[in-house]
Design a protein around this ligand. Sequence first.
Ligand code: AP5
Ligand code: MG
Length: 221
Amino acid sequence: MRVVLVGPPGAGKGTQARVLQSTFGIPQISTGDLLREAVREGTPLGKQARIYMDKGELVPDSLVTSLLAERMEKADCEKGFLLDGFPRTIVQADAIDAELGRRHQQLDAVISIVVTRQELVERLSGRWVCRSCQAMYHERFTPSKRSGVCDACSGELYQRSDDTAETVNARLEVYERSTAPLLSYYRDRTLLYDIDGMGAPEAIAQRISMTLKSLSPHTAA
Ligand code: AP5
Ligand code: MG
């Protein structure tokens, strides 16, 4: 099954992808995580990407699509994947179609996670992420048992540098301008499923799982 998770910053794409990857046995591919890894490693791509990410802008399409194409070559993508944060522009949507077309494959569903703006800002301002396993916490909604320490692997928790109020606003504007047009693009192709992203993460995961399981059997993982 090949699924895209789309939604504004803080909608819960990463949180949901981590749950769904074990439900459906397909990997989460987060371009945000891949880019942050490249930044951490100081690769040439990471150095370029950082300039955009720090400002809350999109990294140029050519850089992100080549990163994604490379990741899709790995064996764990054979049965499918959950794309988290890609595509984010129409150019990227066309690129994934071309990439899949080369393999005689196609997308099965695009899940749009819908959350109010007030909730997005609240979620991002309280987010903590594990440096080792990338598990996600929220200081108020889903806190770790010990402050600053990951429940899953005891790794150190940190706050993303693009979660400052100023950069969050820039990211939300970029979403409206560049990514929201994808919703009608996929709706027109009858691939889009709107999911209420408010409430407990488990309830949202249940809504998404039910939607994906209701797709025709040939798309099941
Ligand atoms: P990326 O890492 O993809 O960030 P984003 O889209 O801004 O989304 P976030 O990761 O901030 O939010 P999320 O929806 O994953 O929410 P999460 O689950 O963490 O991209 C970062 C940057 O990389 C971009 O700005 C851009 O520069 C670049 N980039 C990446 N992909 C690109 C692309 N394709 N093209 C160009 N540039 C690209 O949840 C947020 C918080 O809320 C957490 O604390 C979580 O615990 C909490 N939470 C989640 N669900 C709930 C719930 N139901 N109730 C209460 N709290 C919840
Ligand atoms: Mg994310």
